[in-house]
Design a protein around this ligand. Sequence first.
Ligand code: AMP
Ligand code: GLY
Length: 415
Amino acid sequence: MNILLIGSGGREHALACALAASPLCEALYAAPGNPGIAEVATCVNAADPVACAVEHAVDLVVVGPEAPLVDGLADRVRAAGIAVFGPSAAAARLEGSKGFMKDLAARCGVPTAAYARFADYDDAAAYIRTRGAPVVVKADGLAAGKGVVVAQTVDEALAAARAALCEGAFGASGAEVVVEDCLVGEEVSFFALCDGRTVRAFGSAQDHKRVGEGDTGPNTGGMGAYSPARVMTPALEARVMDRIVRPTVEGLAAMGAPFVGVLFAGLMVDPAGEPWLIEFNVRFGDPECQVLLPRLRGDLAEIVDATARGQLDAVDFGWSDEAALTVVMASKGYPNAPEKGSVIRGLERVEGAQVLHAGTVRDASGSLVAAGGRVLNVTATGPDVATAQHRAYAAVDQIDWPGGFCRRDIGWRAA
Ligand code: AMP
Ligand code: GLY
């Protein structure tokens, strides 16, 4: 089978490695890909993915990031008669509109924080004052991970609502906000595959969102992750599937928007062990994908193809008992002002770990340089999280990149 993978980050490099390793994969194309992906796939122009899929006789398109899904790419691929792993625009509203997600969750009885939706600042401000702090203010639409403020004071919440609704801080994505109660507990990233009818759990991970050690400092896209999540027992998995994932998938299907692809539930597990839904994403987590796939023994190409074709109940996942851990190496200054262009050396001497490219380019002389905030994901496995952690940091220390930094405590809750 010929496969086209859409995206250019560390998540897509992990997907590319797993797809390329499948005996079913005859040719793997990536649009646009990155220098790491180029080692296992043919990188092609990303301007028109559907034309590209037709030109290369692609049998299956795998979409990595959320923006093209919210924008309807999966619908366009399906309309061209090509199988696609990724939801329609109608189903991708789960991530594209937080208000849509909350209304659906409320209708389906999914446990989630009490909330209200506002387009008018004065109405939002009155609600914020009645709820009091802490309180969470979210831009409705996609905002590259920057649209959520967990406000510790009423003033901070009012400022967040004003920025979105009055000052256009998030453009159209912030024309409406969701204001919701603050959940407490331990966050877990939970994944399920869905082929439009059948839905099956696909592993868990724990991300580290803050830039600083001990979970301090500003929020980021994720500074590292490990899998499986410490708190995820078989009983909790069953509860998440029964109370959160299945009702949502059924609710979408009842609206005429069946979900095809991977559903990523961001959960808060409260002190009593009960799961609450924070948010849904309609794609793999980044960097969670980088720690899910090394534990998958089944054939990823077969699994995503079966998902895209409505045959998910026919495939084996076969998880290994090992733990996996990934350390994100970021450019100095990330997340506020990452420095670009610093040279990265020594990747060829790394042993005992996989180095995934998240934000690299080759300069005119062929040197590998940092091109973004999150640049490399150094991933290792082991019999337990502590061993995987030790191996990942041993590999980090072999990389010669003075322009980069990482957290040294990824996996601390479990190790
Ligand atoms: P997002 O950028 O949408 O992934 O959300 C950012 C983060 O905000 C989440 O990972 C949580 O840490 C936090 N968050 C969002 N909603 C809530 C909530 N209702 N209660 C507590 N924390 C929240
Ligand atoms: N790591 C969190 C996310 O992918 O949204």
